[in-house]
Write a protein that binds this ligand. Structure first.
Ligand code: DQA
Length: 147
């Protein structure tokens, strides 16, 4: 029997959304995104364990505590996407489905290194370029897995 908890993890620098390169990431703050996630979780009858860290090891520590009965993990690994094998290894070991979300379209970014995600192979799905709605779509996807 699945529980009703969704884990939503956010990587480095996402705490500065709202002022950070708004032409790329928009004007919404991470608190705005958390409010959207909480509202969707409420609609689904879930609770969201939403957190952000600028530290790779802290993200790994938090993710390792994902309950086995969680409906899934939604993660925006931010800059760690492009190089963190430690985060990839952690995600691979989780016993729940994972959705990787990016606010921007990684494939339309001018830096070529952003077109590689070392963490995405651990995910069941990747949403990139839909802004904050990507988090909500990720929750809809996870909910569909249990219908
Ligand atoms: C990001 C894209 C990453 O390349 C970048 O390092 C981020 C945010 C996104 O949501 O578009 O910090 O993950």
């Amino acid at each position: 029997m699945k529980g009703r908890r969704v884990v939503v993890a956010n990587g480095p620098n996402l705490n500065t959304l709202g002022t950070r390169e708004p032409e790329i990431y928009g004007l919404q703050t991470l608190a705005d995104i958390q409010a959207m996630v909480d509202a969707k979780a409420h609609d689904l009858g879930w609770t969201a364990d939403f957190f952000q860290s600028n530290h790779e090891g802290e993200l790994v520590d938090r993710l390792q505590r994902t309950p086995a009965d969680a409906v899934g993990v939604i993660i925006n690994p931010a800059g760690l996407t492009h190089y963190s094998i430690a985060l990839y290894d952690c995600l691979r070991a989780l016993p729940v489905p994972i959705v990787e979300v990016h606010l921007s379209n990684l494939f339309a970014r001018k830096e070529s290194y952003r077109q590689t995600s070392v963490t995405a192979p651990a995910a069941a799905a990747v949403i990139t370029g839909m802004g904050s709605r990507g988090y909500v779509f990720a929750m809809e996807y996870l909910s569909g897995l249990y219908e």
